[in-house]
Design a protein around this ligand. Sequence first.
Ligand SMILES: *Cc1c(COP(=O)(O)O)cnc(C)c1O
Length: 345
Amino acid sequence: MSTGHLTIDLNAIAENWRTLDAMTAADTAAVVKADCYGLGVEPITRALARAGARRFFVAAAEEGAAVRAALGPGPMIGVFSGHMAGDSTLIRNNDLTPMLNSVDQVLRHFESLPQQSFGLQLDTGMNRLGMEPAEWAALREPVLQQMPAMIMSHLACADEPDHFMNAKQLRSFREMTEGLDIPCSLSATGGILLGSDYHFDVVRPGIGLYGARPYEAGRPAVTLELPVIQTREVQPGETVGYGNTWTAQRPARIATVSAGYADGLFRALASTLGLWHGDTRCPIAGRISMDLISVDITALGDEAPDYLTMLGAHQGVDDLGDAAGTIGYEILTSLGARYSRSYQS
Ligand SMILES: *Cc1c(COP(=O)(O)O)cnc(C)c1O
């Protein structure tokens, strides 16, 4: 087998959900958009449901249908993009709960699916999704008569605990939801860590389920091993890879492993990242190609490893994010479709 192998630890994901749940008196949902951050909606949503999650959130109605197929009837499945034109059948057939974002969406929902549960998304300053305070003030009474299942907003800067925006959005959310007897939700992973003022009735962790920043106390859930296709000796002065960007300064051994930027291992990783064999770090040599990475394994001596570890005990998704100038979220959701996958439980 020449593809890399991704191992997803369902126990770690379930444990992370439980430890986040233990930090709050609120009901803990699970955000499972983008195929559970690229890791596989069916096994992960089932593991989360077994751990106790009863509310799930996705970005689009199509994703909600996949979650419903995995979980069957019962759990609430909220859709952040709300009720988009053309989605009524999907919403009804899969019993989804769209988080309505605008006057247009409210009208569409009440006209096409008056009996179907819905929530509301309010904008508290991020200016991305949700109704503005003035729109909400105008719609509030008629909408409340239809009994929304939830009212939510989203924090823009929750990963920076000292950012003034957190308190500002908290104040705005409180003003817009004051006196309502409807479940309210403001916080994703970062907001949970800000403390109980931010928790309200429902919290919505996503990235924290995988033990990535900002939930650094969580257990990492992903291992990625790349098979070695070939090893070779190079002499001082010989170059490796596209553009001749790496030149041997001494006799070196180079392993060529199977995975590249087409598998979500961005070219920008090459300059600072290593792969691991046990506790030994082996730097990347030269550029990352589409399907291949060259690794300087001189430090391993005569050992001939069958694979090298890209994500594991020594190096997690946030390390790759740092090395590529991005965030762990983007690393996870970029992991390619070519890897073979196994789910540990
Ligand atoms: C993605 C998302 C979440 C989950 O965020 P994390 O930072 O991954 O915990 C929660 N709420 C909304 C509206 C989101 O878009």
